[in-house]
Design a protein around this ligand. Sequence first.
Ligand code: ARG
Length: 265
Amino acid sequence: MGKSVKRLMIGIALVCTSIFLIGCGAESSKTSGSGGDDTSGKRKLVVGTDATYAPMEFMDEKGNIVGIDIDIVNAIAEAAGFEVEYKNYGWDPLFPAVDNGEVDFAVSSITITEEREKSFDFSDPYFVANQLILVPEDSDVESFDDLADKRVSVQISTTGHKVVQDLLGKTSSKIVAAETMPLAITEMVNGNADASVGDNAVIIEYQTQNPNVKLKTVEDDSFEKEYYGLMVKKGNQEILDLLNDGIEKIKANGKLKEITDQDVE
Ligand code: ARG
C-alpha cells in the first residue's frame, strides 16, 4: 500500500471517529436534563405533576403516582415509543420546573389557556372539563352569581381561581386560595369558605370518596369548556411533536376514549 493511500485511510478513520464522537456529544446533550435512555433502549422523559388531584393524578397507598392523566401519558409514551419517569412537584412549582428544563413536560390536568400559551407550549387537547361548584348540602347557592357575596375556596393559580377572581375581584379577601384542591375543599368543609370551585372530575371524586360529608354540586352554564394539554417548555418542538404523535395515535386507535370515556378532537 502506498504511503499516500495509508495516510488517506488514517485520515478517513480520524474523520469517522470525530463524527462518531460529535454524534455521541449531541446525543448526550439531547438527553441531559431528561431521564436518558433506559435498558429497553427507549428514550426516557421526566414528567412533572401535582399528584394531589384524584382521580386525575394522585399518590396511591404505596406512594406511586397514578390516575387517569397518568394512564393517558403511559399510553401516549407507549404509542410514541418513549419511557416516562414521574416526579411530584406540586402545582405552583410545576411551571418553573418545565420552564427551566428540570422536567421534559408536565401532566396535571392543565387547562390550555391563552395566558399560559404566552409562556409555554401545549400538546393537542386530550381531555375536556369544566368548573363545578361544591357547597354544603344545606347551602342556598344555586348558580355561580350567587357566590358574589360569598367566601369561595379554590386551588391557587388554577382556572378555578381565575373565574372566581373575575366574579369577586382579583385581590378579594373573600377568596381562599389553597395550595392544593383537597385543602381548598377542606377549608369549605371546616366553614372557612361557603363554596369551593374547581375542575368537575376532582370535585365529583371528592364527593364520592367522602359520602359522610354532606355536600352538593352546582353546575353553571357560564363555565366554559376547558381542554387539558401536556405542557412543554416554550419552543421545545421536538418533545411537542413526540407527544402529539402519541396523542394522535391513541385518539385513532380508541385507547384515549377507553381511558377517559370522552371524545376530544
Ligand atoms: N385545570 C385547572 C387548571 O389548569 C386545574 C388543574 C390543577 N391540577 C392539579 N393537578 N392540581 O388551572
